[in-house]
Design a binder for this molecule. Structure first.
Ligand code: ADP
Length: 615
């Protein structure tokens, strides 16, 4: 109960009792006035009747004596009689007149103003004397009575009675007030106090009234009220217990729901029919990077990448007739993260009926890893396909190129047979040399093939290799060729340290520098420069290097062909056509790529290749 109500409770204390007393006082006052008025009226009537009878008494007692005294003109007697009359109560003035002239009078002549006329009663009696059969008029007697005393009496009696009545009523009222308070008022106060202090935590104490036995058989109205209040308390207690157990079971089911909701492996989003997010679980927050506050009561479109611009329309259509289904089965779905990135997802929708309307539960599965695995699978399939094709080409070329020394050998064996049969001993040595050369060529081819097949198999770990050191080692290996051709090799200083398989990368530089020396222009000394290709620094963890020569150059139509197995453009020089294949393979195994550019024939060539940077 608020303070205001408590205050008003105190303010209204005993108002009924007070009202009761007030009404009682007013009504008793009115009754008193009525009773007093009635009594006064009767008193007035009686007093008037008394005056009238007094007039009658005067007439019967004095009329004859006055006539007789007048007849003998006994003025003394007349004055005595008149004085006697004025001694009577209310009789103020008596006159005897002859015509208009007053001949005898007694008492005080009243002032006959209009206003006072009402308080006077005048009675007139004619005075006749029967003499010798004649009736002789001696005069007129006027007796004046005043009502002043009557009125005074009435006022005194009325006032007394009124005060008496009032005092009586007051005492009765006070007694009634005390009795009312004792019987009802104080109990009402106890009830009010009990009701005010009643709260859901303390419903065990019953309401008890002072002097009331709860078990009494003949229950009065207050007992009924107390029993009703106690019944109400018990009802309140049991509903409160019910409510508490309901709250407990609600809390436990909420905990279970929360547990499942938050620990779900998939992101879960609850969206209302207006498209506003009502709940988002921890998994979803982890996927998107948003906090709960940043998502709650926000439109679900906050999580939809801008390119799905029809999402709102689709959502509105769906919410008209929501069903359980997979979302966007014909496209790759994604969810928008806080940092602007997208995460590929699969979403299933389930409508959930609640008391506030239908809620859509969206189960959002992060399929990044699956998608990556799929992409990797695709990549692997492609690389397998290309490897298959390469293998096919390889098998074809290998068998073709391996055949030629075999053909040479079988040809010279035939010649050898003939030369032996014909006795051309001098040719036998030459034939055997040719057979030996062809066998060596074949040996070389097989060695190269073996080398090529080995690349890609994990043989040595990647190490940090300073490029300048590595190139110096290679140049040392090439000292013979460099010196014999007078080649100039220019190496950029401060080349970076790269993360490579050192031995393999020596082969790369060896092949490229060797080719630069080998395919030089006639009468022009080879000049080879090595450095970093800054224009193509793509910043993806790779550094692009170049090996440039001033040699015979390569037509653009052969840019790809030269990297193929046994593909050679110039058959006048020594070589197997396998060197660039090996180089390409090594670069690719390290995750890089290689390509060649040339201005054309005799314009020199530049080989570019990317190498994993150490940084
Ligand atoms: P090989 O050098 O043994 O013939 P490679 O695979 O190293 O085999 O080279 C393949 C072919 O590419 C060579 O036969 C040659 O025609 C061409 N080639 C390679 N390097 C150069 C270069 N620096 N300048 C011009 N042509 C080149």
């Amino acid at each position: 109960m608020s303070n205001e109500n408590i205050a008003s409770g105190i303010k209204h204390k005993q108002i009924i009792a007070r009202k009761f007393v007030l009404y009682l006082l007013i009504s008793s006052a009115l009754i008193s006035v009525f009773v007093v008025s009635l009594q006064t009226y009767y008193e007035y009537d009686t007093q008037l009747a008394n005056i009238e009878s007094r007039f009658d008494d005067i007439k019967s007692a004095n009329h004859e004596s006055v006539i007789n005294a007048l007849w003998i003109a006994d003025s003394q007697q007349i004055n005595i009689i008149l004085r006697g009359i004025t001694q009577l109560p209310s009789i103020k003035y008596v006159t005897i007149s002859e015509g208009p002239e007053i001949i005898y009078s007694s008492g005080n002549a009243p002032a006959l103003t209009n206003s006072e006329n009402n308080n006077l009663i005048v009675r007139s009696y004619s005075l006749y004397k029967n003499y010798q059969d004649k009736r002789i008029k001696l005069g007129e007697m006027h007796i004046t009575a005043s009502l002043d005393e009557v009125y005074e009496n009435l006022i005194t009696i009325g006032t007394k009675t009124f005060y008496h009545e009032l005092a009586q009523m007051f005492i009765i009222t006070v007694l009634i007030f005390i009795i009312f308070y004792k019987l009802v008022g104080r109990h009402l106060e106890t009830m009010a106090q009990y009701a005010r202090s009643l709260n859901l935590q303390e419903l065990d104490t019953p309401l008890e009234l002072d002097g009331y036995d709860r078990m009494q058989e003949e229950a009065d109205e207050l007992s009924h009220l107390v029993n009703a209040i106690n019944d109400m308390r018990l009802n309140l207690k049991s509903s409160n217990q019910e409510k508490n157990s309901l709250i407990q079971s609600l809390a436990s089911s909420e905990t279970k729901f929360r547990g499942v909701f938050e620990s779900a492996a998939d992101g879960v989003l609850l969206v209302n029919q207006k498209g506003m997010i009502e709940m988002a679980n921890a998994t979803l927050l982890k996927i998107t990077g948003f906090s709960e506050d940043e998502l709650l009561n926000q439109p679900v479109e906050k999580l939809v990448p801008a390119r799905f611009n029809q999402h709102k329309q689709f959502r509105q259509n769906y919410s008209k007739k929501p069903t359980r289904r997979q979302m966007g089965t014909d496209m790759v779905l994604a969810i928008q993260c806080k940092d602007g990135t997208e995460v590929p997802v699969e979403i299933s929708l389930t409508p959930v009926e609640t008391d506030t309307g239908t809620i859509i539960a969206a189960m959002i599965q992060d399929v990044t890893q699956r998608r990556q695995a799929e992409l990797e699978k695709e990549k692997l399939l492609k690389s397998l396909e290309s490897k298959n094709a390469e293998l096919e080409r390889f098998t074809y070329t290998a068998s073709h190129d391996l055949k030629s020394p075999l053909v040479t050998i079988s040809g010279f064996i035939g010649l050898l047979r003939n030369d032996i049969a014909d006795g051309h001993d001098e040719r036998i040595a030459t034939d055997l040399d040719r057979i030996n050369d062809a066998a060596k060529t074949m040996q070389q081819l097989l060695d190269d093939l073996l080398a090529l097949s080995r690349i890609g198999r994990a043989t040595a770990p990647l190490t940090k290799v300073p490029l300048n050191n590595l190139i110096n080692d290679v140049l040392e290996m090439l000292t013979g060729a460099i010196n014999s051709t007078g080649a100039r090799i220019l190496v950029e200083e401060n080349l970076p340290t790269v993360m490579v398989e050192e031995q393999r990368f020596k082969e790369v530089f060896l092949n490229l520098i060797e080719n630069g020396i080998k395919y030089h222009k006639n009468n022009v000394k080879p000049e080879i420069s090595i450095g970093i290709h800054t224009n193509n620094n793509d910043g993806n963890g790779f550094v692009t290097l170049y090996v440039r020569d001033n040699g015979i150059g390569i037509k653009s139509c052969y840019y790809h062909k030269i990297f193929g197995l046994f593909d050679r453009l110039d058959h006048s020089t020594e070589g197997s056509g396998i060197g660039l294949s090996i180089v390409k393979r090594i670069i690719e195994v390290h995750g890089g790529s290689i390509w060649v550019e040339s201005e054309g024939q005799n314009q020199g060539s530049t080989f570019y290749f990317s190498v994993p940077d150490n940084n």
